[in-house]
Design a protein around this ligand. Sequence first.
Ligand SMILES: NC(=O)c1ccc[n+]([C@@H]2O[C@H](COP(=O)([O-])OP(=O)(O)OC[C@H]3O[C@@H](n4cnc5c(N)ncnc54)[C@H](O)[C@@H]3O)[C@@H](O)[C@H]2O)c1
Length: 393
Amino acid sequence: MDTLRIGFAGAGYAANFHVESFKKVYGVKVEFAGVTSRRAESRDAFAEKHGIKSYASVDELLEHIDVLDVVSSPAAHDDAVLKAAAAGKHVICEKPFSGYFGPEGCGDEYHGDTDPKEKMLDAVVGKLETMATAIRRSGVLFGYAENFVYAPAVQKEREIVEKTGARILRMLGEEAHNGSQSKLYGFWRYNGGGALMGKGCHPLSAVLYLKQIEGLARGGKPIRPKSVTCRCEKLTECAGFEDRGFIRTGYHDIEDNVWAHITFEDGTVADILSGEIVLGGISNYVEVIANNHRTRCNLSPTAMLDVYNPQGAQFKDIYTVEKISTKEGWTSLTPDENYTLGYIGELQDFAQCIATGRQPQADLQLALDTITTIYAAYLSDERKGTETAIPLV
Ligand SMILES: NC(=O)c1ccc[n+]([C@@H]2O[C@H](COP(=O)([O-])OP(=O)(O)OC[C@H]3O[C@@H](n4cnc5c(N)ncnc54)[C@H](O)[C@@H]3O)[C@@H](O)[C@H]2O)c1
């Protein structure tokens, strides 16, 4: 295949940074062959902005492409992934791969926070098994677009782990900020959960990935997660919380803060923090404590460029950092977030994998382990933090 024809399912925030990042891919020719999304006006506007064709549905788009890039809302991923695999098209899928979005046909009145979590976990495991079988049987490439894996800082840590035969003992990872702007965020039925599902999934995948790498480097087999202990909170609903307008509030049925403690098959551990209550720009990092080294992978802030701006208005046309609420004072900004956050790296890897037939760094197994760990974590939280086994798909 000379040129990879890419189609986008979704025309929102992620679709835009995928387009910009695909433009930086080298060594493999890519062409933007089409877009589809739920609303005609948004897909047409996206198509016009990027000079590509707009299609009314995934089905219509599929015959014109080689790769479906699934950048739609989480609840729409399953259908798009299954259709692409059935049509023999390669799939790139944004996080979270899949999830539980309420019973069939439920409306906005659905409350995922009070829905029993054992039922959710069972339903998710069943669905993941079906999806994994469909993808594997189809023989298409599946790339899990988990940018944390491809952040240059995490890839450097991969090299250290691989080349030194390190044993990772403990990790700490976080993604947090002051709350999503999306109106649909805050509803379990669109996102499959809250801070853990939407943000915690990033550092979670990164720690799962690093243990996979360690296992492969040391014994030839990925080390997978075994159990999880988790607590979720709704801190913006606590008695006495005072809304000063800096942190988003008013979620429908999700947690805005989470801590999860994961134990791996080899007895080592990782802690994941995530929240919608953290000011100061997006806070993304993974810290690794190993038997032979210690690393702090800074994804944001990177401490690459510190700028002092005495007057916010001066920077009105200058992008600084994701989710920073002011441009005044000191800001630690990143010259190219698409690079430092791993967006370019992930698409580069997927394009090369399709061209050469090798498997990507962020693969189907990572996507599956991330989702089963998340729903086992929700079950642990329902049981007030009881250690809960992670079913492996
Ligand atoms: N890796 C990251 O850092 C990162 C950042 C933001 C979002 N994301 C992920 O990207 C995905 C999209 O998020 P977003 O922020 O772009 O959301 P968004 O609301 O900006 O856009 C979602 C798009 O999906 C479309 N859509 C919804 N249902 C659809 C359906 N059934 N068929 C086709 N299109 C459908 C909508 O019309 C819209 O164009 C989510 O999975 C999200 O978790 C990842």
